[in-house]
Design a protein around this ligand. Structure first.
Ligand code: PLP
Length: 497
């Protein structure tokens, strides 16, 4: 199996090369040249690490089976994830179960992939006998940053620079990043919002002369954002594993179709579910949940992707996105791998801020996806309702997903299909909004996030996630702030260190 560009502008490369490089140098994303099958029946009785092994070997032909085995058994263990099932499925009703993806060290689902990506990357560098140092450049809306920093810290041959929107992440998210140790970690706050950060990173990745300049100092840029195939691959695993858990608990029979609801931002998580479906996971509908930055909802319902709109800051910041990078992969696959079409719409998006699918492709998309969104009010109400009904605490992103699932059921009348809802963050990560949703604004007035954590824990009875405790006691090690146009200079300085 080789990997090819969604824009047809690059030669086919090996898995190791695709993971090392991250994004196609001239723009475009790597996708596997074919999608392998994995029969759902064949994973009966397998552990998380076993399923990861089964999936990885299909996509990483040049890695030896021993290498893959060692990697998955090192990462998907109880010493890294604070739950024996790694990503447990928790039943709320007969028809709805929550897939908890936040048991990793940083309390967000990004850990599921970012704990293993550094291993994938190290091995990839070895495979291609790479002699340069890798500089990972990551844009984060809050959660990816810490997960990537934790994963890559002290990995030989790799430096990581993490870019977040200045004053636009929560105090806890900021402290998670700025207290990171490790000789090879750099954290930069950039003025602007997350889309500005992401755009800046993409610009640098397409800046051939800047890359040449770095190369002359023996450094190559790479990415740990979900534009890197090495991020998506590990996310396929938990969908198979979740299905197996449902079947083993007899909530479904082997072979039954399920729905999967995904609180969506960059379209990475839901795309992994789509790939799982193509490999053989029985899926009825993928439910794409957005907050009021509902560009994806509009796209799925009308076929028009129109980014000419206001960017709104919400209480689910990891979903505050106008350009969902991985949509490019989805449209590529859905149109039967039409790279001309991808070039056309990407140019149009750049020049006119929108593109439009024809009715045939729109119909195709709607067969697989349902798109809807939740308002801020609905999201907060959902946190309260869910806790009162099920004694189950949702974070803001998962609450958006739950609300959209509710809307899906009422629109489609599909009350029968068992549904998985991805819980993408631990509720304590967004403690202020969660406590306010439960107890009103007086409960949080005048308190700092650490007092709120304690109050929330007392009220809900749920233990505070180990990755979020005692952050206020740790030393802040990173204090860089930059304007957008000074980022490159800052990277030049970091490279010289
Ligand atoms: C990153 C993130 C998302 C969005 O995931 P995508 O793969 O970008 O769609 C949703 N919720 C949380 C908590 C996240 O950290």
């Amino acid at each position: 199996m080789l990997y090819q560009s969604t824009r047809g502008n690059y030669h086919q490369v090996s898995a190791a090369e695709a993971i090392k490089t991250g994004m196609v140098p001239a723009g475009g994303l790597f996708v596997p040249s074919e999608i392998p099958d994995l029969d759902i029946q064949s994973i009966q009785g397998l552990s998380y690490a076993d399923i990861a092994y089964q999936i990885f070997v299909k996509y990483l032909p040049e890695f030896s089976t021993e290498e893959v085995r060692e990697m998955v058994s090192q990462v998907y263990t109880e010493t890294v994830f604070s739950h024996p099932d790694i990503a447990p499925v928790v039943r709320l009703t007969d028809k709805l179960s929550v897939l908890e993806l936040w048991h990793g060290p940083t309390a967000a689902f990004k850990d599921m992939a970012l704990q293993i990506l550094p291993h994938l990357m190290s091995l990839s560098l070895k495979k291609i006998q790479y002699d340069k140092e890798i500089l990972i450049l990551v844009a984060t809306s809050g959660d990816t940053g810490k997960a990537a920093l934790e994963g890559f810290k002290n990995i030989p041959g790799i430096r990581i620079v993490c870019l977040y929107p200045y004053q636009k992440v929560s105090k806890i998210q900021e402290l998670q990043m700025t207290t990171t140790d490790g000789q090879n970690t750099f954290v930069i706050a950039m003025k602007g919002n997350f889309d500005d950060c992401q755009a800046k990173v993409k610009e640098i990745f397409s800046d051939v002369s800047f890359q040449q300049e770095l190369l002359s100092q023996n450094i190559e840029l790479s990415s740990a954002n979900s534009i890197n195939w090495g991020r998506l691959l590990p996310q396929i695993v938990y969908y198979y594993h979740a299905y197996a858990q449902l079947a083993e608990k007899k909530q479904i029979n082997w072979g039954d179709k399920i729905n999967i609801t995904v609180p969506t931002g960059n379209f990475g998580n839901i795309l992994a579910a789509w790939y799982a479906g193509r490999m053989g996971l029985p899926i009825n509908k993928l439910i794409c949940a957005s907050n009021i930055n509902n560009i994806l909802t509009d796209f799925i319902n009308t076929g028009k992707y129109d980014k000419h709109r206001e960017f709104i800051e919400t209480t689910s910041p990891s979903m505050d996105i106008l350009v969902s990078s991985n949509l490019e992969r989805f449209i590529y696959e859905m149109t039967g791998r039409d790279d001309h079409f991808i070039n056309e719409i990407m140019t149009q998006l750049q020049e006119a801020d929108f593109f439009q699918l024809d009715s045939k492709n729109l119909e195709k998309m709607q067969e697989e996806l349902y798109g809807d969104y939740a308002t801020e009010e609905e999201t907060l109400q959902m946190i309260k309702d869910c806790f009162e009904q099920h004694r189950y605490l949702l974070d803001t992103h998962t609450a958006v997903g739950m609300k959209v699932y509710e809307k899906y059921v009422s629109m489609s009348k599909d009350t029968e299909t068992v549904t998985i809802l991805d819980a993408t963050a631990n509720p304590y990560k967004f403690n202020t909004t969660v406590l306010e949703a439960l107890k009103g604004s007086d409960a949080v007035a005048g308190k700092n996030e650490f007092e709120i954590l304690q109050d929330l824990s007392q009220y809900s009875g749920m233990a505070i996630h180990p990755g979020l405790k005692d952050l206020d006691q740790k030393e802040v090690k990173h204090t860089m702030v930059t304007e957008t146009d000074q980022l490159k200079d800052l990277i030049r300085k970091i490279v010289k260190k």
